[in-house]
Design a binder for this molecule. Structure first.
Ligand code: LRH
Ligand code: MN
Ligand code: MN
Length: 404
């Protein structure tokens, strides 16, 4: 408590409104992905771990542990068919009984033999129709799980020049997405994900935010862009993309993870915490603009983790991820936007940079501990989980659990 009193004094003397900081921090919800609890990894090897969930139901049970110690992870994204079950309303009630909700539905159009040369952009109309049918099936599933959002990522692309018609595939992509868009309920959203490369190595049909944005404009208001932090070429200014899309009212949410070289789905905040902080800076800058359109966009954005845990323990990896996001969000909440604006007005380059960076340099541990105390979760969620019996009890599941 002494530490928080010092922190409070330090921030109040800077004119930071800690009531706003605290309420925003308490409201931060982070969706975890079902696939992050299963065996997943690289294309070279997926290691089989003891205690991994065997079913989508068990994945939810593991996710409930993350929510129990963090209080911040009520919803869980699912991937179809990785999480295929006979009765989705049963999956929803299982989630509800665990205090969870089912979040974004992720159609999977990349693991079927038929999709080797594309799904909605395949040259064969029968395969395009099969892919569209899967997208529509996911809308039906969402109705049963009471989900409202779809994260749409397509592996579609080519490996060699001339392998496919880039323009023709562009049209097929739009047509496929339009078929899905048509059957959405009014409260549903399509979040279009982009990725610069992989698994296609020459061209990817939705390679960057501009292509995803263009598709969202053509589809309509219920389509937005999803920024997966691992899907950019090295050096890309992700926070610029974030700010631009918020300003256009088209940023629907995030897939958080981190990477060193290319999309490797490492624990968010381990490689580039400053980038994560700067993403939150742009988000909070838009929120503080008090322009209704920007505020609405930010308030409707989804923060989701999208990671595969290959060599690390899965539940602790998820807890670490959530804590890392909370830490960077807390730091960004300490930016004095007026100080930045004043320096910008004066053309004080170093002053503006200082006003942003110094927030990153504060130790927010006392703040996070105090918030966790207030919401009734352990001050150290990781320690609490590691001291709990749950980790031991799931070992009885044995090896060979759900893969991806
Ligand atoms: C693709 C991706 C996409 C998938 C997930 C498993 O790289 O980010 O979101 O659905 O990984
Ligand atoms: Mn993703
Ligand atoms: Mn990815």
């Amino acid at each position: 408590m002494k530490a928080y009193a010092l922190f409070e004094e330090q921030q109040q003397s800077r004119g930071i409104d800690l009531n706003t900081v605290r309420s925003r921090l308490k409201a931060l919800q982070i969706e975890t992905p079902s696939w992050g609890y299963g065996d997943s990894g690289t294309r070279f090897k997926v290691f089989q771990k003891v205690g991994v969930p065997r079913t989508p139901f068990e994945k939810l049970e593991d996710a409930a542990q993350v929510h129990k110690v963090t209080g911040a992870c009520q919803s869980v994204a699912i991937h179809i068919p990785w999480d295929k079950v006979d009765d989705y309303s049963q999956l929803r009630s299982h989630a509800e009984n665990l205090g969870l909700t089912i979040g974004a539905i992720n159609p999977n159009l990349f693991q079927d033999e038929d999709y080797m040369l594309g799904s909605v952009t395949h040259a064969d109309v029968a395969i395009r129709n099969k892919a569209i049918a899967h997208l529509k099936e996911c809308v039906d599933i969402a109705k049963e799980t009471k989900s409202t959002d779809f994260s749409l990522w397509f592996a579609d692309g080519t490996n060699y020049p001339g392998q496919g018609s880039i323009r023709q595939r562009k049209h097929w992509m739009l047509e496929g997405l339009q078929e899905m868009y048509k059957i959405l309920d009014p409260n549903m959203r399509m979040l279009i994900e982009y990725k610069c490369f992989e698994p296609a190595f020459y061209h990817t049909d939705i390679a960057d935010w501009g292509m995803a944005y263009n598709l969202s404009l053509k589809l309509g208001e219920q389509a937005q862009v999803l920024v997966d932090t691992g899907h950019h070429l090295p050096g890309a200014n992700v926070e610029h993309i974030v700010s631009y899309l918020i300003d256009e009212g088209r940023l629907g949410g995030f897939h958080f993870n981190s990477y060193k070289y290319a999309d490797d789905d490492l624990v968010v905040g381990t490689m580039n915490p400053y980038e994560l902080f700067l993403i939150f800076y742009q988000i909070l800058d838009a929120l503080d603009s008090q322009e209704q359109k920007l505020v609405d966009t930010v308030n409707n954005m989804l923060y989701m983790i999208d990671q595969s845990h290959n060599i690390e323990s899965k539940i602790p990896a998820m807890i670490r991820s959530v804590m890392n996001v909370q830490t960077q969000y807390a730091k960004a909440l300490l930016i004095d936007h007026q100080e930045v604006a004043e320096a910008q007005r004066k053309g004080d380059v170093l002053g503006a940079e200082d006003a942003v960076r110094k927030a990153f340099e504060f130790d927010v541990t006392p703040l996070l501990h105090s918030i966790r105390e207030e919401i009734g979760v352990p001050v150290d969620p990781m320690k609490a989980y590691l001291n709990d019996q749950y980790g031991q009890s799931i070992l009885a599941r044995g090896k060979g659990g759900a893969s991806w």
